[in-house]
Write a protein that binds this ligand. Structure first.
Ligand code: 5RP
Length: 236
C-alpha cells in the first residue's frame, strides 16, 4: 500500500469518526494532503454539518469546490472537533505542524475545538519530536533577531523559500514563502524536543514570532493512524 492510499484510508476513517457527532454543528478543517483526503471523503455527507471553519486559503478553496459552507471563525462560538494532519506526532499527542505553512490558522481553529482529531499514516509517529524541522511563522522584519534566538536553542535555522513548498501554492521560486497571513517561515532543524510544552512557550515569547508549529497546548485528543494493516484509533 502506498502513502496516498494510506492517506485516503485515514481520511475515510476520519469521515466515519466525525459523522458520529450530532448533526447540525460546525466542523474545523485542517490543511495538507491528508486533510484533503478527509475533505474529499466527507463531501457526500457535507449536510451533516451546518458549516465549516477552514485553516487556510487552500482548504477554503477545496471546501467551496465541494459545496461546503465556509464560515468566518469570528461568527462561530466553538467547534466539537478539528480534523487535521501532522508532520510528526509523539506518544502523548504533541505534534509538529506547519509543513504546509498553515500553522497559525491551524492553531487558532484547534484552540476553538473541543477535540483535535489528528489523522496521519504511521510514518508520522515518533518517540521524540524534532526530526522534522520545526516551522516558526514570523513577522518578516524580525527574521534576523528571531533566527539568532532560535539558534541559541540549538537549532539550525533556514528561511523557507517558495520553491520548497507545495507546487499548488503557486509562489515564485527563491522568494521567501509567504503565508496566508503575510508572514514568513523559519524552519528549525536539529532540535530534540524533550519538553514540547516548555519549548512552545519559550519560542512563542520571542518578539517577532507569530506562531511556533509545536502543538503541545493544542495537542491531539484522538489519533487516527493508518498502516498497511488498517486504521488504528488511539485516545490520547
Ligand atoms: C500544514 C500542516 C499539515 O497538517 C502537515 O504538514 C501534514 O501535511 P500532509 O498531510 O500533507 O502530510 O501542518 O500546515
Amino acid at each position: 500500500m502506498n502513502q496516498d492510499q494510506l492517506k485516503q484510508m485515514v481520511g475515510e476513517a476520519a469521515r466515519d469518526e466525525v459523522l458520529k457527532l450530532p448533526a447540525g454543528q460546525v466542523l474545523g478543517i485542517g490543511t495538507g494532503s491528508t486533510a484533503n483526503c478527509f475533505i474529499d471523503a466527507l463531501a457526500p455527507f457535507k449536510d451533516h454539518f451546518v458549516g465549516t471553519v477552514s485553516s487556510s486559503n487552500a482548504t477554503t478553496e477545496r471546501l467551496l469546490k465541494h459545496g461546503f459552507k465556509v464560515l468566518d471563525p469570528n461568527d462561530v462560538q466553538g467547534l466539537p472537533a478539528y480534523v487535521d494532519g501532522a508532520d510528526e506526532i509523539d506518544p502523548l499527542g504533541h505534534m509538529i505542524k506547519g509543513g504546509g505553512g498553515a500553522l497559525t490558522r491551524e492553531k487558532i481553529i484547534a484552540s476553538m475545538a473541543k477535540q483535535f482529531i489528528c489523522i496521519c499514516d504511521s510514518s508520522k509517529q515518533v518517540p521524540v519530536l524534532g526530526n522534522f524541522a520545526l516551522p516558526v511563522e514570523i513577522i518578516p522584519l524580525s527574521q534576523g533577531v528571531v533566527s539568532r534566538e532560535l539558534e541559541k536553542l540549538g537549532g539550525k535555522v533556514s528561511l523557507r523559500l517558495a520553491k520548497s513548498t507545495r507546487a499548488d501554492l503557486n509562489q515564485t521560486p527563491s522568494e521567501p514563502f509567504v503565508t496566508d497571513n503575510g508572514g514568513w517561515i523559519l524552519d528549525v532543524a536539529g532540535l530534540k524536543i524533550a519538553d514540547p510544552l516548555k519549548m512552545e512557550v519559550q519560542i512563542n515569547q520571542i518578539a517577532g514570532v507569530i506562531t511556533v508549529g509545536l502543538f503541545a497546548k493544542e495537542k491531539a485528543n484522538i489519533l487516527l493512524v493508518s498502516n498497511s494493516a488498517g486504521v488504528e484509533r488511539i485516545a490520547l
